[in-house]
Design a protein around this ligand. Structure first.
Ligand code: MG
Length: 163
């Protein structure tokens, strides 16, 4: 594999694992605040991020490359509001989209067609991730001054199940 594509994909394993860590920290915060629906949504999101990391992990192994696991940064431990949490989720997903796009650009430059095809799934997934997080952020903003709406939203997010 082209060195730049390889390094970007190997790095992406760390970024996806960090995403899992980040959302799990948010999930723990929500559960501690008795917002178990938000906690449930974020916990499943963390699980999905772990699956994203494993897709890159398996792809590198399938291509005969080494997986080099890098240090994962500590996520924030304190969050002040749901609005802050979902603003961070949305902004984080935008960053991940930029990372995926950058890997794709490298795969094009390297004429690495297998990597391009592999990345299509992630490009589509990021559209979903940005859509979902921005929708929840918009609902949280609407619910800010209305506890009834907030608990309704918490119940709705409690319904999320594993795919
Ligand atoms: Mg991801």
């Amino acid at each position: 594999m082209d060195k730049k594509v390889y390094e970007a994909m190997n790095d992406q394993i760390k970024h996806e694992l960090y995403s899992a860590y980040f959302y799990l920290s948010m999930s723990a915060h929500c559960d501690a605040e008795n917002l178990s629906g938000f906690g449930n949504w974020l916990r499943l999101q963390a699980k999905e991020e772990l699956e994203h990391a494993m897709k890159f992990y398996d792809f590198l192994l399938d291509r005969g490359e080494k997986v080099a696991l890098l240090a994962i940064e500590q996520p924030p431990l304190k969050f002040n509001s749901l609005k802050e949490i979902f603003t961070q989720v949305y902004e984080h997903e935008q960053k991940v989209t930029a990372l995926i796009n950058a890997i794709y650009a490298k795969a094009i430059e390297a004429n690495d067609y297998a990597s391009q095809t592999f990345l299509h799934w992630f490009i589509d997934e990021q559209v979903e991730e940005e859509k979902n997080s921005s929708e929840i952020l918009a609902m949280v903003e609407r619910a800010e001054s209305n506890v009834g709406v907030l608990f309704q939203l918490d119940r709705k997010l409690a319904e999320r199940e594993e795919d």
